[in-house]
Design a protein around this ligand. Structure first.
Ligand SMILES: N[C@@H](CCC[C@H](N)C(=O)O)C(=O)O
Length: 274
């Protein structure tokens, strides 16, 4: 099976070209590919499939991606399906352009959260229109024996974005080795949990525990969720968000959120897995 490997701010992905929708991606196969010792290693898998070939998907996914030639079928490292991946869609766009499957500078990609507009910037960064970051209310999680509180935010997928006191030192000190405990009534689908602090005017420091993938070095939808949580309701803002794997910029206005940052393909090859 052909594959490529890429990352966006070190949130890394195995990319599987499957234009005609022939791959049967069992969760165990995804987990085997993402295994960092016995597999290729990644935070998730991006299956590159034509929207027209989306046989097994709920009708809604194909409908919301209507007009997009290509669909990003995203899976977490544990094999679970997610609605959206902000770094993944930028890496996916880079792959399409490098393979001659989409034409820069502007095109759209289908996702389970709907069509996402892509712009390949002159400096190589990729900007994605992330749609609305919807603040749903307050929420809480139990994290490393303590309680964190924040805002429940949907960026197509669910997030709990928690501002912490103590600046970058407090963010760095958070223990994200174990999964946060969430109230299923608040988060029926689970959630990605972000901890962040404003470390300079217009600059956030953030870490994330991702649903289905554990702590990762970056999360595009999480970066947008943190930016939305840091912005007073009804206002626009531009945030530079620093994560362990690099930094991205989020532009928030009345139209929604845009996420800009690097995305690279680092390898291509053939795998014997799964
Ligand atoms: N890393 C991604 C988010 C991937 C999906 C997430 N783990 C979920 O289950 O919702 C990003 O860059 O947004």
């Amino acid at each position: 099976m052909r594959f490529a490997k890429g990352h966006g701010t070190e949130n890394d992905f195995v990319i599987l070209p499957d234009p005609d929708g022939r791959l049967d991606l069992a969760p165990s196969a995804v987990a085997a590919l993402c295994d960092r010792r016995a597999g290729i290693g990644a935070d998730g898998v991006l299956r590159v499939v034509r929207t027209a070939a989306l046989g097994g998907e709920p009708a809604g996914a194909a409908a919301s991606a209507a007009g997009c030639e290509w669909f990003m079928d995203y899976r977490n490292a544990d094999g679970s399906v997610a609605e959206m991946c902000g770094n993944g869609v930028r890496v996916f766009a880079r792959y399409l352009v490098e393979q001659g499957l989409a034409k820069a500078p502007a095109f759209s990609v289908g996702t389970r959260a709907g069509a996402r507009g892509i712009v390949v910037e002159d400096d190589g960064d990729i900007t994605v229109d992330m749609g609305a970051a919807r603040v749903l209310g307050e929420g809480a999680a139990r994290l490393a024996g303590g309680d964190v509180r924040g805002l429940r935010i949907s960026v197509g997928n669910p997030h709990l974005a928690c501002r912490v006191d103590g600046g970058s030192a407090a963010v760095a000190a958070m223990d994200l080795t174990a999964a946060p405990e969430l109230d299923p009534a608040e988060f029926p689908e689970g959630a990605n949990v972000e901890v962040f602090a404003e470390v300079a005017p217009g600059t956030l420091q953030m870490r994330v525990y991702e649903r289905g993938s554990a702590e990762t070095r970056s999360c595009g939808t999480g970066i947008v969720a943190a930016a939305a949580a840091a912005t007073p309701p009804g206002e626009g803002a531009t945030w530079l968000v620093r994560v362990p794997g690099g930094e991205c910029t989020v532009f928030l206005d009345s139209q929604g959120a845009r996420l800009r940052g690097p995305a690279v393909i680092v390898a291509e090859g053939e795998t014997r897995l799964p």
